[in-house]
Design a protein around this ligand. Structure first.
Ligand SMILES: [Zn+2]
Length: 131
C-alpha cells in the first residue's frame, strides 16, 4: 500500500535525487571555502589581527550554512529511503497519507499538515520552520 501514485513516485524520486546531488556539491564547496579561509590568512596573520577576525567570521557563516545543508541532505536521504521502502508520503505520526500538494512543496515532509502543527505546538510554539 502506498500513499503516492507510481507516476508521482518517479517524479518525487527525481526531485529528491537532484536535490541531494545539489546539496552534496554545495556542502563540499562550502567546506572547501571554509578550509581555504582558515588556511590562507596565515601568511598575513602577522600584519594585522583585524583581517583575520573578519575571515574567521566568514568561514563560520559558511559552516553554519553547510550544517543547515547537511541537515537538509539527511532529510532528503531519509525521504529517498522512505521511497525505497514504500512508506513515502505516509504521516509518521498518524499513518495517514500526506496530501500530495504538501509533498510537492515539501517532499521531505514526514508528517501531514495537522500532525506537523501539533508537533510544532508541542515543541514550544516556535513559528514556521526556523531553528
Ligand atoms: Zn498525521
Amino acid at each position: 500500500m502506498s500513499a503516492v501514485p507510481g507516476t508521482e513516485m518517479a517524479s518525487f524520486r527525481e526531485v529528491l535525487e537532484r536535490r541531494k546531488a545539489a546539496l552534496v556539491s554545495e556542502i563540499e564547496a562550502k567546506l572547501a571555502e571554509a578550509r581555504a579561509a582558515r588556511v590562507a590568512p596565515d601568511a598575513s596573520a602577522e600584519t594585522d589581527g583585524g583581517d583575520r577576525a573578519v575571515l574567521d567570521v566568514t568561514s563560520e557563516i559558511d559552516l553554519a550554512t553547510a550544517s543547515r545543508d547537511i541537515r537538509e541532505l539527511r532529510d532528503t536521504e531519509a525521504a529517498l529511503d522512505r521511497l525505497a521502502k514504500g512508506t513515502f508520503g505516509l504521516c509518521e505520526s498518524c499513518g495517514d497519507a500526506i496530501a500530495l500538494g504538501r509533498l510537492r512543496v515539501y517532499p521531505t515532509a514526514t508528517r501531514c499538515a495537522p500532525c506537523q502543527s501539533d508537533y510544532e505546538r508541542s515543541r514550544g510554539g516556535a513559528q514556521g520552520t526556523s531553528l
